[in-house]
Design a protein around this ligand. Sequence first.
Ligand SMILES: Nc1nc2c(c(=O)[nH]1)N[C@H]1C(S)=C(S)[C@@H](COP(=O)(O)OP(=O)(O)OC[C@H]3O[C@@H](n4cnc5c(=O)[nH]c(N)nc54)[C@H](O)[C@@H]3O)O[C@H]1N2
Ligand SMILES: Nc1nc2c(c(=O)[nH]1)N[C@H]1C(S)=C(S)[C@@H](COP(=O)(O)OP(=O)(O)OC[C@H]3O[C@@H](n4cnc5c(=O)[nH]c(N)nc54)[C@H](O)[C@@H]3O)O[C@H]1N2
Ligand SMILES: [Mo]
Length: 786
Amino acid sequence: MRRGRGVTRDIEVDYDEHATTVTGQEHEAAGVKAVMVSLQRSVKSMGPFRTAASLVRLNQRKGFDCPGCAWPEEHGGRKFAEFCENGAKAVAEEATKRVVTPEFFERHSITDLEGRPEYWLSQQGRLTHPMVLRAGDDHYRPIDWADAYRLIADELRALDDPDGAVFYTSGRTSNEAAFLYQLLVRSFGTNNLPDCSNMCHESSGAALTESIGIGKGSVTIADVTEADLIIVAGQNPGTNHPRMLSSLEKAKDNGAKIIAINPLPEAGLIRFKDPQKVNGVVGHGVPIADEFVQIRLGGDMALFAGLGRLLLEADDRAPGTVVDREFIADHCANFDEYERRTRAIDLDTVVEATGIDRVQLEQVARMLADSERTVACWAMGLTQHKHAVAMIAEISNLLLLRGMIGKPGAGLCPVRGHSNVQGDRTMGIWEKMPETFLSALDQRFGITSPREDGLDTVGSIRAMRDGRAKVFIAMGGNFALATPDTAVTEAALRNCALTVQVSTKLNRSHVVHGKTALILPSLGRTDRDVQASGKQQVSVEDSMSMVHLSRGSLHPPGEEVRSEVAIVCQLARELLGPAHPVPWETFNDDYDAIRDAIGAVVPGCADYNAKVRAPDGFQLPHGPRDSREFPTHTGKANFAVYPLEWVPVPEGRLVLQTLRSHDQYNTTIYGLDDRYRGVRGGRRVVFVNPADIAAFGLSEGSRVDLVSEFADADGGVSERRAKDFMVVPYSTPVGNAAAYYPETNSLVALDNVAEKSNTPVSKAVVIRFEPASAAEDLVSGSSWDA
Ligand SMILES: Nc1nc2c(c(=O)[nH]1)N[C@H]1C(S)=C(S)[C@@H](COP(=O)(O)OP(=O)(O)OC[C@H]3O[C@@H](n4cnc5c(=O)[nH]c(N)nc54)[C@H](O)[C@@H]3O)O[C@H]1N2
Ligand SMILES: Nc1nc2c(c(=O)[nH]1)N[C@H]1C(S)=C(S)[C@@H](COP(=O)(O)OP(=O)(O)OC[C@H]3O[C@@H](n4cnc5c(=O)[nH]c(N)nc54)[C@H](O)[C@@H]3O)O[C@H]1N2
Ligand SMILES: [Mo]
């Protein structure tokens, strides 16, 4: 057995939660410190050679797409270093020289690994060999690829019904791999294709499809820099989309105003130093937000509806100056109902729901009324609420009212997370793809796709919990830890006959397993991918529907690591047999053949091979953006009217949001510091308003358990506990707290989901504090339990 090429010893990480320290919050994001941090991390993880080789190719035309986030690259003259601190960290995590080999699994039993914190698992390095954990064994053992495929095929064929299998996708999978994966799954006979998007921007997709007829944003990068007003709601770009700050700064240089709507004064929103500019390196940076609206959790729908009322009234005072009547008459439906409802919005209720005062409300309304080109951006702060779909529809209503869709410098901009999450959807990763897509697929390949909707993420967990689904396969991601109700999800996975993880790095989903479990190591975005016809490239779609090529160039972590495309094709051949009409082998040998098929099946992708080869790729068509055509059920843009909802804080309780620190990529923990928020050396912290700390009789540094309360369907209240968090005083609205994901996922009830999108409600969990549980081994997996 060949070894991997890199470091094979365990990587030890310091981990003493009780040593967490809190310093002052940093108000400036990026700057020279960010460059230093990214270089230090990169060199430590990859060594100087791979650091240089990878960072010069990051987001360049002939390079690879950053696996960090889905914010677009700027076209034309890209900067030499089109990356950010956290993009560089994401690369360093993938391109690390550390490896997890069969010897590693010999050293560590499953019982041992189960007790390790995610941080430790995350840091061990890249997986190098296919491994199997057989029923009753306590170690993963090496397995040949052919045997692994046979094992999976046997388990799948043993199911009574193809719907007994679930095929998850995380958002890093390339378009080519995603297209083949859904083709395999539908050929097998199920639409059970849950993905990370179900927990992410599903609410945006649901709201926008109803409002404008397409679940994607309507702006280009040029629109952002040409806007005169940009709303950034429920998003922390300084940490999660740092390159967006450069676009915001450019917009400001052009005279734009920025309104940040957030319960927290996030560093990047307040000030930003562009490390690529001289003044960014030495100066104090630029203030980004002109208006900071410190909103209560879940108050955004009330805010947008209240602003709608103020805009209607402003138009009454100066008719025709605020409401775009022509746009509404030509392009919109349901305006009358919107107007009636919105004029009746009680502004005292808006003040109560948002926690902001009338003066600020009116100031923001004036900024909107004065703007000629408004862009609205948002992310998880809006999508992960019970009434998220209504909330996002309300922001769309505001822009429709002002005719701010389908013209330069204006539009809707849901900012996607995973670098190819939007592309995966375009390629058919969805449990309910429309009939047009399915029939095109059937026609091209001579298969019969199932027509019944499949399971989404929450539906899949329920099905596994209840024994209706027995085989779980994941194309990337960390299902055990990214999903809600950790204890329930873990039990659901353990209930499976087989769990399969196609992964780059070790994570919790490898140690929470079905009766039999497989780890299949795959190439990542940075790795060179060579197949029978030579070196391959893949394509991806960013948050603004730009599709372009990505070419990895680094030496893969081991000879047994396969591309996701190869894994899908080989499994398909084993499962579906050589007579299957899809040319799996041709696809495996030459990804151009896959792109030809994508061109024939996926709307907007005709001539795909040629178009993705253009220097900056190509933009997918988007009716509302391109020609103010709205493919909705009314054929017009719809004002969507929902009853007003917000999130009141029950007496003696807090509403908790679960969010990302500056040192993680979703469940992959890079380190224990949240530099911008001033927390060092630990993650079990809860940010609380000083007035609440006093009211609960606590003080800075107190240790508490977080106990969530959820009203179940049967009328009872169920409780969940996350143990031993340190209280940190912080600028957050009274009644609202914040703590990190995934440590707090155990608090989110599986049934606590958004209406219409079924997205887990990760940004509004009702909790109370209890004195911290007696000291115990906090790093063990058992700390999830109630
Ligand atoms: N470095 C790094 N980059 C990433 C990721 C990562 O983990 N690390 N993850 C990627 C992924 S998959 C995604 S989806 C994105 C996530 O990007 P974000 O959406 O920025 O991620 P969160 O940390 O969940 O932050 C949510 C933000 O919304 C605010 N917020 C919470 N509730 C509300 C509310 O009710 N109203 C308003 N107005 N604001 C609210 C929070 O205070 C916080 O600033 O980032 C992507 N990029
Ligand atoms: N409480 C709470 N829960 C949340 C959220 C929240 O804000 N709060 N956010 C939600 C959101 S927005 C999202 S997107 C989900 C994220 O859910 P996931 O996408 O499932 O989780 P990640 O942590 O991004 O997955 C990391 C793993 O992916 C694998 N991986 C990385 N790159 C590749 C690759 O190129 N190929 C393959 N095959 N594997 C790869 C690695 O093994 C790594 O361990 O979590 C959701 N869960
Ligand atoms: Mo996400």
